[in-house]
Design a protein around this ligand. Structure first.
Ligand code: NAD
Length: 350
């Protein structure tokens, strides 16, 4: 099929180069026509390495000069809101990297801009795109687990502190392990659970290992200026009597790194990684695991780009809606607020 969408990138750093640019360039409904980054060298490198026709050091100039349909925002978190809002105000569709913004207030402004413009704003919560996540969604949506009342979410790295970019800078990112890594799993768990309404959060964060020189397979980060959390834990109460227990780390003294999301309902339980269902039937306790499901070998990055492009071309909602991503930011804000004040905090639903 002939390329139809003209896409520009904002941010030419790690994730743009490693994943987003090559992924969009593979999509036959897209032309990556321009890229903007505040660092001239990053622009030049992206233009040469990926054969992108035009480069800019000011994204506003790119928005004005290029006849874009959509932009992909791959900057540090601090710039997600202003750049996405500027793009939406110019009538461009936006795929913005996660987390949605520095905080829920900025996220709400992004949602308002998207709804006012009528353009698509999708947040790159790519864990939802994994085939295993879609399969879990199908099972849960069938009602097979009954009423879900307990959700457990773990994203634990023994040592995996990003040593590049600005990941340990509070002003640029808004937080550490929770906003960088935990949000992927939190978003997926909320989506699978049918977006329950959070009421109250008790959270605690820690900055104990990131502040020391330490063994890290991803290189040495700036431990003398480590401003964010390396571990976060929370208990979240939802409307309807559902609870979530969440734990996330970049660095933690545990045996092995692991990722898990599990649900317990009145009729059964489900683990997402790997996908398994547990139930009590016919007077027996049993486990069930699929040996094949649709899309098993497809990559989440490819599915994410296709989801966005499809939503833009066909004019339907993408898988990750701004209101849902905003709720992730609300919970994250509440975890930080609770940790700060040392008590549970209510989530403002206004
Ligand atoms: N989806 C995922 O799994 C995943 C993985 C890694 C990073 N990310 C997200 O991607 C984003 C970028 O991360 P990264 O690892 O690429 O960071 P990075 O620091 O490697 O790259 C960011 C780039 O943005 C540029 N930039 C900064 N301010 C800008 C502005 N105002 N206008 C234009 N360009 C600007 C920087 O010069 C840099 O080249 C972050 O939000 C991060 O959370 C997502």
């Amino acid at each position: 099929m002939t390329a139809s969408l003209r896409i520009g990138f904002v941010g030419a750093g790690g994730i743009a180069r490693a994943m987003q640019i090559p992924t969009f360039q593979k999509n036959d409904k897209v032309q990556v026509v321009a890229i903007a980054d505040v660092v001239q060298q990053a622009v030049d490198a992206a233009v040469v390495d990926f054969g992108i026709p035009h480069g800019y050091t000011d994204y506003r100039e790119m928005f004005t000069k290029e006849e874009l349909n959509a932009v992909v925002v791959c900057t540090p978190n601090k710039f997600h809101a202003p750049i996405s809002i500027a793009a939406l105000d110019q009538g461009l569709h936006v795929l913005c990297e996660k987390p949605m913004a520095l905080n829920a207030t900025e996220a709400a402004a992004m949602t308002r801009a998207a709804r006012a413009s009528g353009k698509i704003l999708m947040i790159a919560y790519r864990y939802r795109q994994q085939a295993v996540a879609r399969a879990a969604k199908t099972i849960i949506a069938s009602g097979e687990l009954g009423e879900i009342y307990m959700i457990r979410v773990n994203g634990l790295r023994r040592r995996g502190i990003p040593s590049w970019g600005v990941f340990t800078n509070k002003e640029m990112q808004g937080g550490g392990a929770l906003v960088d890594y935990g949000v992927h799993l939190l978003d997926l768990a909320l989506w699978l659970a049918g977006n329950p309404r959070p009421l109250e959060v008790s959270g605690i964060t820690s900055r104990r290992l990131g502040t020391r020189p330490n063994v890290n397979p991803w290189g040495q980060w700036d431990y003398e200026n480590f401003q964010v959390e390396d571990h976060a834990a929370a208990f979240i109460r939802f409307a309807g009597g559902t609870a979530m227990q969440l734990e996330v780390s970049w660095a933690l003294n545990i045996a092995d790194s692991s990722e898990s999301i599990s649900f317990s309902g009145t009729e059964g339980g489900l683990d997402v990684f790997p996908l398994k269902v547990y139930n009590a039937k016919h007077g027996m306790l049993g486990n069930w695991e699929p040996i094949w499901f649709p899309g098993k070998d497809q990559k989440d990055w490819d599915l994410q780009a296709a989801d966005f492009v499809d939503a833009v071309i066909k004019g339907h909602e993408p898988t990750v809606k701004p209101e849902e991503a905003q709720r992730v930011s609300q919970i994250v804000d509440a975890i930080y607020a609770s940790s700060e004040c040392g008590a549970a905090v209510n989530i403002d639903q206004s």
